[in-house]
Design a protein around this ligand. Structure first.
Ligand code: SAM
Length: 329
């Protein structure tokens, strides 16, 4: 089923077996409830692997390896690959086909069960030691207003990378799980529904809670669109591959992430309303108090949530904190 990419001897230069043949041999069928749509086009496989930019020292966590089509390619580039698959029957197929790779560990588990860094073997202590060592790569804040150094709850491990063709039913949960965790990968290349990708990369004017959350933690870049026909069985909609470069520290000054996101959720709670009203309703304060906080943050109270840039959400949070409106933790 390889298509469109000439043989080059690279990590994705292999024939992709028909998933139905592999599954039938094991007496299985794709489980829709687990989002099992298997990638069968080598061109897109190659784009994902290329976008992941795997180095020989990297540990890659693959979420939902399925029949292992990406797994083998990743294992030929990385120091280690940890593949977490919820379906034990598929994990057995990977063991049969890729079991000879000494740098591959397949774990049968729900990815949401434990922090991603735990699965990849980056326990808090080992990361702390690595960050403190003189060899540790120094990461500097990349934009104005960011903190001097990463806070304890925000540690990015340069050699920890995530690659996943995500099951649609838990896309947002997995993104939150990976990005909100204290120990973060330096990058994640994820395949998501095309419409979700659009929301992840949206600019002010079209932002949603998902866009604000993703961009608070990472810089998203859309790599390519993947048509539904590139999967077996084909899903109902097209997908897109997005690369997330995780910020080395918060890109905007935020005292408390939980409070920041409470303000953001309040703003988007009644999306069609002016911010003056949605903030008031979401935080249980008067529209007059809401308008005065918006004013002091330099934001026109008649604007709508989707138009605010991240720095404006931070300024609004600060203004609300300043007057103690509904934000006690
Ligand atoms: N990586 C394969 C590919 O590209 O062909 C399969 C991708 S398929 C869209 C999603 C995979 O995630 C399935 O193999 C499914 O069983 C697995 N999966 C679903 N929910 C999961 C969870 N909570 N934790 C880990 N894996 C999960």
């Amino acid at each position: 089923m390889s298509q469109g990419v000439p043989a080059d001897g690279g990590p994705t230069d292999f024939d992709i077996p028909n998933p139905y043949v592999l599954l039938r041999r094991a007496g299985l069928r794709p489980k829709k409830g687990l989002g099992q749509h298997f990638l069968v086009e080598r061109a897109h496989l190659a784009r994902i692997v290329e976008a992941a930019d795997i180095g020989a020292d990297d540990t890659v966590l693959e979420i939902g390896p399925g029949l292992g089509v990406l797994t083998g390619a990743l294992a030929s580039l990385a120091a280690r690959v940890v593949a977490v698959e919820i379906d034990g029957a598929l994990a057995e197929i990977i063991e049969e086909t890729l079991g000879d790779r000494p740098n591959l560990e397949v774990i049968v588990a729900d990815i949401l069960e434990r922090p991603a860094a735990d699965f990849a073997g980056f326990a808090p202590d080992s990361v702390g030691a690595r960050m403190a060592s003189p060899e540790a790569r120094r990461v500097e804040p990349d934009s104005e207003g960011a903190r001097e150094s990463s806070p304890k709850s925000w540690q990015v491990v340069p050699e920890f990378k995530i690659v996943a063709n995500l099951p649609f039913y838990i896309t947002s949960a997995v993104l939150r799980h990976v990005l909100e965790a204290p120990i973060k990968p330096s990058s994640a290349v994820v395949m998501v529904q095309r419409e979700v990708a659009d929301r992840m990369i949206a600019k002010p004017g079209r932002l949603s809670i998902l866009g604000v959350a993703v961009q608070f933690y990472a810089r998203p870049t859309r790599i390519c669109i993947v048509p539904a026909g590139a999967f077996v069985p084909a899903p109902a909609v097209d997908s897109a591959v997005v690369r997330l470069d995780v910020h080395p520290c918060p890109p905007i000054p935020v005292r408390d992430e939980a409070v920041f996101f409470r303000v953001v959720r309040a703003g988007f709670g009644q999306k069609r309303k002016q911010l003056r009203n949605s903030i008031a309703a979401g935080l249980d304060i008067t529209p007059a108090d809401s308008a005065s906080a918006l004013d002091s943050a330099g934001i026109d109270p008649r604007r709508r949530a989707e138009t605010l840039a991240l720095a404006e959400w931070a300024a609004l949070t600060k203004a609300l904190e300043g007057v103690g409106f509904g934000l006690e933790t």
